[in-house]
Design a protein around this ligand. Structure first.
Ligand code: FAD
Ligand code: FES
Ligand code: FES
Length: 498
């Protein structure tokens, strides 16, 4: 066994000291550790599946700031975060705020709490929002506050007073931050630890270099890849599955880059959904709303775009959009790479082309050109933080009034996310007019035979898919295209939290 592969404890900073854990199963969640082992019961368990926000904590990582290293704290759902993912990081919980944070004082002043069960989670999300804006010298709008809190549910107080508290906290004096220097020093010391190999139960590996990751995966093809864990932690919490040996992607520096060069956008497989959606919205502003409606801010901080694609749910939100954009996957096995069109990736329900030991290294997207049109729509029962009944990405390339090429991709219509080939054929080479639209809507009925399930009936899905095609046409037709305000019932969103 190489020096790198020697087992060592999980080490992270919590409540003023470096904590070492050496005997708990790698799938122990941060929430279980806090409540059952650390005696910190301020953080609550509600749903235990990332949906309610009662368990929100902040996890701090060392990042490069303009004047040297700083700690970047992100709100995460501790119920679906496995403990070894904290290795090398700082964990901050409601106990650390000590009752003095402006978020806590504002919640008191504005009567933002009744039974109090959701309150620690709200406070942690509000505190993260507060600290981020204070650092940037910005103030969130009420809508931006609501976006930040879309993963926190309250059953009894009501959101008005919580949002009031969110605005009020910026009028209060900031809390003292003496603890930050000690945390920074601890994180700098932890950065010298060797990569984590945690030989408890089936084992957990957190390589830090791409070649080490590729070697591990090739040598242990049976090991399960763990990115953000926002899909697979639920297999443990809800289905009580044994995940076996885990290889964690979150520490691999080479997977975290986003680059735009030579007409392509590359998004590394370790890039969080939050950063990935920001990059997508930068190049395709029409994707902003889809990004804000993808889960909640804590889920978007933890989860990855590549995890969404690799997981391959037929109702996943990213695949329809990325397929419409003509995405390719950069796959890696040991020292070799290959590229595959996302169109060809899915073989059946939750079944894809990845070979044993192979992993997604990056997603590659052709950058937009003049004459191209894109729309991304999501239909779900609840507007925020809900799983789609139907999602689509609709992309057209036009030359004057004529459609040169089209890619229409739908989720929720079949066993995998897939293209509507007949609808695409109906518009290719045609003028972008109402008769062409009518032909495409008719062809769409031949493309799919959707199922009925608890999210939507087959008839609803078929009708809504055709209507979304119409919506796209109404917004992009040459004569009197409708403004966004005419095709939506919700106010237009302007941006995501950081
Ligand atoms: C509360 C909640 C709300 C959600 N809302 C939405 C939503 O609105 N829309 C939506 O589409 N999804 C949603 N999801 C699902 C989930 O957040 C996404 O699918 C997310 O993108 C998964 O990414 P991850 O990094 O967490 O993947 P993980 O859970 O770590 O992994 C998922 C799967 O992909 C594999 N994998 C991960 N990375 C790679 C890689 N680089 N190469 C090969 N295989 C890999 C893993 O082995 C695993 O099989 C939600 C989940 C929760 C808990
Ligand atoms: S307990 Fe509900 S999100 Fe974690
Ligand atoms: S205060 Fe009771 S659930 Fe929010």
């Amino acid at each position: 066994m190489s020096q790198d592969a020697l087992s060592r404890p999980i080490r992270f900073f919590h409540r003023g000291q470096v904590v070492q854990v050496s005997a708990l199963a790698p799938t122990t969640t941060v929430l279980s550790w806090l409540r059952e082992h650390a005696g910190c019961v301020g953080t609550k368990e509600g749903c235990n599946e990332g949906d309610c926000g009662a368990c929100t904590v902040q996890v701090g990582s060392l990042v490069d700031g303009p004047a040297g290293p700083v700690i970047d704290y992100q709100p995460l759902n501790s119920c679906i975060q496995f403990l070894p993912t904290l290795d090398g990081k700082a964990l901050r919980t409601v106990e650390d705020l000590g009752g003095q944070h402006p978020a806590q004082r504002a919640m008191l002043e504005c009567h933002g709490s009744q039974c109090g069960f959701c309150t620690p989670g709200f406070v942690m999300s509000l505190a993260a929002c507060h600290d981020r804006h204070r650092l940037a010298g910005t103030l969130p709008t009420r809508q931006a506050l609501a976006d930040d809190l879309s993963g926190n549910l309250c059953r009894c107080t009501g959101y008005r007073s919580i949002l009031d508290a969110g605005q009020r906290m910026f009028e209060l004096a900031p809390a003292a931050t003496e603890g930050d220097a000690a945390t920074l020093a601890a994180l700098q010391a932890l950065a010298n630890d060797p990569p984590l190999h945690y030989a408890v139960a089936a084992g957990f590996h957190a390589p830090q270099r791409m070649d080490a990751l590729a070697k591990l995966c090739a040598e242990r093809p049976q090991a399960r890849l763990l990115a953000g864990g926002t899909d697979i932690a639920l297999w443990v919490n809800k289905q009580f599955r044994d995940l076996g040996e885990l290889v964690y992607l979150g520490r691999v520096e080479g997977l975290r880059s986003i680059t735009a060069a030579d007409g392509e956008l590359h998004i590394g497989a370790g890039v969080s959904l939050h950063r990935a959606w920001a990059a997508l919205a930068l190049h395709w502003p029409q994707t902003l709303e889809m990004g804000l409606r993808f889960a909640s801010l804590p889920i978007r901080h933890a989860g990855t775009l590549a995890g969404n694609i690799a997981n391959g749910s037929p109702i996943g939100d990213a695949a329809p959009l990325l397929m419409a954009l003509g995405a390719r996957l950069l796959l890696r096995h040991g020292g070799s790479q290959r590229q595959l069109a996302l169109d060809d990736f899915y073989l059946g329900y939750m079944h894809n082309q990845l070979l044993p030991g192979e992993f997604v290294e990056a997603l590659c997207l052709p950058l937009p050109k003049a004459g191209q049109v894109l729309r991304a729509y999501k239909l779900s029962k609840r507007y925020d933080s809900d799983i789609s009944g139907l999602a689509c990405g609709l992309w057209l390339e036009r030359d004057g009034g004529r459609v040169v090429d089209a890619r229409f991709a739908f989720g929720g219509m079949a066993a995998t996310v897939c293209r509507a080939r007949q609808a695409e054929a109906a518009v290719r080479g045609q003028p972008w007019t109402e008769p062409t639209l009518a032909a495409a809507m008719a062809a769409l009925a031949q493309d799919f035979r959707p199922l009925s399930d608890l999210r939507a009936s087959a008839a609803y899905r078929a009708q809504a898919a055709a209507n979304l095609l119409r919506r796209c046409w109404l917004e992009t037709r040459d004569a009197q295209p409708l403004p966004a305000s005419a095709t939506r019932i919700w106010p237009q969103r302007s941006g995501a939290g950081a």
